[in-house]
Design a protein around this ligand. Sequence first.
Ligand code: PEP
Ligand code: MG
Length: 313
Amino acid sequence: RRLALAGERHLPARTRDGHRVALRANVAVAADARAALTTGAEGVGLLRTELPFLNHPAWPTRDQHAAALVPVLRALTGQTVTARTLDFADDKLPPFLAQGGRLGRGLPLMLAQPQAFADQFRSLLGAGAETDLRIMIPMVATVDELRACRSLLHSAAAELELAAPPLGVMVELPEAVAAADGLAREASFLSIGSNDLTCQILGLDRRDPAATPAMAAHPAVLAAIHQVVTAAHRHHRHVSVCGDAAAHPLVTPLLVGLGVDSLSVAPAALDEVRARIRRLRHDTCATTAATALTLRTPEEVWQLVRQHCRPPL
Ligand code: PEP
Ligand code: MG
């Protein structure tokens, strides 16, 4: 079966009624990047840049960033690459931040370390010069934070005499959902981090076994995604989903139905997600998603998707 699905790699992720979804890959290291290209990804929708530093003793220097970035970005020459800036969160925390308690997390932590943040921007601009680079900020809560990031990025670009790449935001906090209209107005694109967003909305810890990708089908999470997609399209912005729910068989049809423009998934999931999209109808996904928004529990939504959007693979 895997072989049969691999046979569709050269075909676009397009539903039976002609609705196109861009299919990108989540990567961290060069081997992932090569796997993404082999499996026919249309570039990278999420490059996780903090993973090489999770056992690091101190803030990475510009050279240390470059050492991690150059191999993966070289493997992606000529490709669209959405590079996420350092996302040190509770579930991905290096020792130098784990001690000391009150240092903060996520984006407030980065904005409190503007030198460390600027070093990463400089390294990304240099290492990504041969790619179609976009930069994405995790854990954004407010438009002011986006502006602060943009100003750091633009200074780094001016200093290197390079054009600043498009700057997008991850929507993975309820605050960002509430601010979606303003974020869509000022960001170049939006990407929904369904792993964190699902936990945040449902009050689950990231490490809770109940925090599965399928829980993104909870009507409260779907309502948030719907709100973000509507805001993005109002401002003619591209909106993607880069959390693991994008590849879940009971959630992919709902995301397609809600009008998400691209899905970014692990390279190992690409063949299956592409094949699934090619067997779905967008009109059916849209009516199913609209009905799902009126339900009360994830179980009811899963049942609905099983009934209407489960093409045999
Ligand atoms: C997410 O939160 O959905 C996401 C893609 O980022 P991470 O899993 O790295 O937090
Ligand atoms: Mg996240």
